[in-house]
Write a protein that binds this ligand. Structure first.
Ligand SMILES: C[S@@+](CC[C@H](N)C(=O)[O-])C[C@H]1O[C@@H](n2cnc3c(N)ncnc32)[C@H](O)[C@@H]1O
Length: 375
């Protein structure tokens, strides 16, 4: 059985039933924000006349929304593909429902995503939104992109990236994950490095412009460059990071196999993860534009938090509940801590955790401040 639903400006027919990859055509309403951010991001970058690829399209909702919600000058053509024949059929029905079936800016295909990308390249935007890990689609996606274009990647295998399946992380992402309150940020940084390493095979540098972790998935948008010096710049920002559960400091360290010692408190039982991308997760101008272009109140607080933390360039954040527990005190209000930190530092909430603060203050300053606020 099918029913018709509305998301953004699009109406689509979807299969009724429990959300699972077993549905004849997959649609997850819980990923609306994921699709909203794709549209907002493309509205927020300078690129125009784009050839856009949605190679794992399922119902086709993402490409349909781009056509209905973005300025006409932004799009030259949208390519909507899925390997499932039922999905390709459903995409055509959904184009009809949105009066787009005769639109010359659309091409629908029913092929394997990698074959489809390589046959129809070049693209200015490719959106990889698979079930589970994106790694098998990276090579074709990167090869199919023009310099200056954008690659968007979703990973839903958070067990691997966020540390509950470390062997799977090593196998798929060539890195050791972290298993504490920073696991989602580190998972995202592991994913980014893996994408960047795949790009070096095509002599490309991929730099994140917007990234986040939410619910059961991680998501990153990266800008493509073909300059050799950009590749070197990216690779120089791959490193392991140690985390000290005694004083909450994070250090960039050279080697995971060495006995690493915390630079602040000399604890020699630090957890080491990586290698990870240690560079910026966001371009602050793009993050601000994504927030400004949003018109859905439900997205507002999330996008505002990402825009605020995008201005602070540091690895990791402090979890005020975890630190307060260690100090045997009730956690002070987040806003109070942030206001105090801002007297000397950059500080904001982080989208990674409701009790987290991203700041350039050192761990010892954070602990000192919490102790002060206790009294
Ligand atoms: C998570 S769903 C995509 C959801 C969609 N992007 C959205 O926003 O609603 C993954 C889709 O990839 C398709 N798929 C899986 N393997 C594929 C492959 N090798 N090539 C093309 N499509 C594939 C599946 O049929 C499924 O429709």
């Amino acid at each position: 059985m099918q029913k018709t639903i509305t998301e953004g400006k699009a109406r689509i027919k979807i299969s009724e039933g429990k959300i699972s990859r077993k549905l004849p055509v997959f649609y997850n309403p819980g990923m609306k924000l994921n699709r909203d951010i794709s549209v907002l991001l493309l509205k927020s970058v300078k690129n125009t006349g784009m050839r856009i690829a949605d190679p794992l399209a399922a119902s086709g909702i993402r490409g349909i929304r781009m056509l209905l919600e973005m300025n006409k000058s932004k799009i030259r053509k949208v390519f909507i593909n899925d390997a499932s024949a039922a999905a390709a059929d459903n995409i055509k029905k959904n184009l009809q429902l949105n009066k787009l079936s005769k639109n010359k800016k659309i091409k629908v295909a029913n092929e394997d995503a990698s074959v489809f990308l390589l046959k129809n390249r070049p693209f200015d935007y490719v959106d990889i939104d698979p079930f589970g890990t994106p790694v098998s689609f990276l090579d074709a996606a990167i090869k199919s992109l023009r310099n200056g274009g954008i690659l968007a990647v979703t990973a839903t295998d958070t067990a691997a990236l966020a540390g509950s399946a470390p062997e799977a992380c090593l196998r798929k992402y060539w890195a050791f994950p972290l298993r504490n309150y920073l696991m989602h940020e580190f998972g995202l940084r592991i994913l980014i490095r893996r994408i960047q390493l795949a790009a070096t095979a095509s002599e490309r540098a991929l730099t994140p412009v917007y990234s986040y972790s939410l619910l059961h998935y991680m998501r990153v948008f990266l800008r493509v460059s073909g300059k050799k010096r950009d590749i070197s710049k990216v690779l120089k920002q791959h490193s392991c990071v140690s985390f000290c559960s005694n004083c909450f400091s994070a250090d960039v360290v050279a080697d995971i196999s060495k006995k690493n010692v915390c630079s602040a408190c000399k604890n020699d039982k630090v957890s080491v993860a990586g290698p990870v991308w240690t560079g910026r997760l966001f371009d602050p101008k793009i993050a601000a534009a994504v927030y400004k272009n949003n018109s859905d109140d439900k997205n507002s607080s999330f996008l505002k938090t990402v825009a605020a933390e995008s201005k602070i360039d540091c690895i990791g954040f402090y979890d005020t509940h975890v630190i307060s527990k260690k100090l045997k005190m009730h956690p002070p209000k987040l806003e109070t801590i942030i206001a105090e930190l801002r007297k000397k530092h950059k500080a904001s909430r982080t989208h990674f955790s409701g009790s987290g603060i991203r700041t350039d203050a050192k761990a010892a300053e954070m602990i000192g401040l919490l102790r002060l606020l206790k009294n």
